[in-house]
Design a protein. Structure first.
Length: 186
């Protein structure tokens, strides 16, 4: 069953303009579907990406790290996070499955290639999920993936997501997350 999406092209162009400080020169269709639900696995601590924002030459990229300034929930496709030392080994993330509120955005702004995401994963005790004090910090790499941003058409919330040409693997949302002329904020 597919997720209902609606036209968000005006918001996507506005987000691209704010982030890159220029108008988008082309529109690329979203070739993947939003998942109906994902697993909430913890809190986002930082997003690391490459971008050609503010560059005169579009082929010049600079690396950025945005340290989260507010609360950021992290959702994944179950089983997506893998161990660095053994890529076939799934990192055992715990947390509830959460359904996304429809409709979802059809259009988004591509921010740039993902370097990684730093998160603190939940632990489970007696059926409850909690953030352990000073533990469970991970840096998740996403080779060959990009960081996208979109506005939820119903709630107006900014969503960051890691994707490739075929699917969305992780969504980051919540707090004061937004896209501005300074990049990712909140």
């Amino acid at each position: 069953m597919t997720v209902r999406v609606v036209d968000t092209s005006a918001e996507a162009r506005k987000t691209f303009r704010a982030f890159h400080d220029k108008d988008s020169s082309r529109t690329v269709p979203m070739r993947f579907q939003w998942p109906r639900e994902m697993q909430e696995i913890g809190k986002g601590r930082a997003e690391m990406y490459s971008s050609n924002k503010w560059q005169k030459n579009a082929t010049d990229y600079e690396d950025y790290k945005h340290v989260v300034e507010s609360s950021r929930l992290v959702y994944q496709r179950p089983g997506w996070i893998r161990s660095w030392g053994s890529p076939r080994a799934i990192v055992p993330a715990v947390g509830p499955m959460v359904a996304f509120e429809e409709p979802m955005p059809r259009h988004f702004a591509r921010l740039g290639p993902v370097i990684g995401i730093q998160v603190q994963l939940y632990e489970e005790r007696d059926g409850e999920h909690f953030l352990p004090n000073g533990r469970n910090f991970y840096e998740i790499r996403a080779p060959r993936c990009s960081l996208g941003a979109a506005k939820h058409p119903k709630t107006g919330e900014t969503l960051l997501f890691i994707h490739d040409s075929s699917e969305i693997y992780m969504v980051l949302a919540g707090g004061e997350l937004d896209i501005s002329k300074d990049g990712i904020v909140g």
